[in-house]
Every structure is written in C-alpha cells, then in structure tokens.
Design a protein. Structure first.
Length: 253
C-alpha cells in the first residue's frame, strides 16, 4: 500500500513540474511603437512647429498623425501566432503607442510581421464603430472602407508661404470611369525581422516618419500636397515609401 502511495506522490509531483514548465514557457508580449524623424524623437509636443525638413528641402509642421496596424503575426517553423485585430495608432498623447498581445506565445525564434492599413478582405465599409466615431472612413465615391493613415500638417511652399498638406493613405482607386471604379490594395506587410523570445518581452518598433517623404520616392510637397486620396498614382507611391518606415528597436526580456 505504501509503495502505491509513494508512486502516486511522485506522479503528482512530476505532473506538477510539467505544468510549471508549460507555464514558464509561455510569455506575454508587448509591442511598443516609438516615433522619430531621422533619429530625432517625435511626439505631439512637436506638433504645429516648423521643426523638420523633408528630403526635398521643404520645412514641415506636423499637426496630426494616426494610422492603422492590423494582422500581427509571430511566425516560426513550428507554430504561428496570429492576432487579427487592428489598432489605431494616434500620436496625440506623447511619443509611444503600445499593444499588449492578448495571447501568450511560447519560447522560440519568430519572424514578426504586421500589415500597415487593412487588407481588402478586412477593409469593410462601416463595420468598425470606433473608426466611424473618429472620422476614419473613406467616402463612398472613393469606394468606402477606411483610411490607412491620416498625416496632416503644413509646409513652406516655393514662395516660403505656409501651405497645407494632407498625406492620406487609402486603398488606391482609379476613378477614370466614375461608374466603374478600379481598386488596388495598397496596404502592405511589414517584416520587422527575427526575434528570439525567451521570456516576457517588450519589443520596440521604431517608426521613422521622415521615410514617408524620401525612400524610394523623393516627395515634392509643391506637387503632391492635398487631394491625394483620389490620386491613384500617388497612393502607390505612398505604399512604396511606407515600406521603410518601420524597423526593429530594442527587445527587453
């Protein structure tokens, strides 16, 4: 009888240890987005001041910056964690924006990817009430759905006068025939790189706003400043420039 009792104790201890190991191998992940202009920290405190100069030489004052991130993926050879929700990043309260992932992930090396904006399958007109309430919708004449980004401010034009810019990214729409709109999904996937997860982690993603104006297309605000949403070619240029905006920063574990 005693042998059976001791065997039961050992078995319970073994299972308990295994459960502890399973818990220890699952980690909470926080993504922290910090914003900069070619390395100079950028926050809402820097808004409405002609503080930055773009690649084309125009002085810029930023007044609003908000954008959508969706479909976060942690991918390795054995397991993929997908977080299909979206987040509206609004740079109005400081420099940082954080996303606490709702599910823990196990230890391992992962590629971190996410989508800037909404893929067409998710860009459904009128369904996201929080975005509706903050005027993030795209007008029906442009196909509906939602903005990917609203980036507004002023620049010094060729006469050194203050002029407005509205660098708004949406799904590109060709309105050559208003009765037959043609669309191109100009959201894009961002591959941040490979990250080794061994513990609870805070992953910093650096967001260089200056890249929207320079790589690979040098942006001339005297030519492309407002009314960019119905500009099919301008939307494709934005997509190309956006692919160098995001990069991996520090990983704290």
């Amino acid at each position: 009888m005693k042998k059976h009792f001791y065997f039961l104790i050992i078995l319970i201890s073994f299972v308990s240890c295994n459960n502890e190991n399973e818990i220890d191998s699952s980690h909470q992940i926080k993504l922290k987005f910090t914003h900069n202009w070619d390395g100079t920290s950028l926050s809402s405190r820097d808004f409405s001041v002609f503080k930055f100069v773009n690649q084309n030489g125009e002085k810029i004052s930023i007044e609003r910056l908000r954008y959508i991130l969706s479909n976060i993926h942690f991918i390795n050879g054995n397991e993929t964690y997908t977080f299909s929700n979206y987040s509206l990043v609004d740079l109005k309260n400081g420099n940082e924006f954080a996303i606490n992932l709702p599910k823990k992930i196990t230890s391992g090396s992962y590629q971190l990817k996410f989508t800037f904006g909404f893929k067409d399958i998710d860009n459904i007109d009128g369904v996201y009430q929080d975005l509706n309430s903050v005027n993030f919708n795209v007008p029906s004449m442009l196909g509906g759905g939602y903005h990917y980004m609203q980036f507004d401010g002023k620049y010094k034009d060729s006469n050194n006068q203050d002029a407005n810019f509205n660098y708004h990214a949406i799904r590109a729409v060709d309105r050559s025939d208003p009765n037959n709109l043609k669309f191109e999904d100009t959201s894009f996937e961002v591959n941040i790189g490979t990250i080794s997860i061994i513990n609870n982690a805070e992953i910093t993603i650096k967001v260089n706003i200056a890249e929207w104006f320079k790589n690979p297309n040098t942006w001339d605000l005297n030519k492309l400043n407002t009314v960019l949403m119905p500009n099919f070619e301008a939307q494709k240029l934005m997509r190309a420039n956006g692919k160098t905006v995001f990069s991996l920063g520090d990983v704290s574990q």
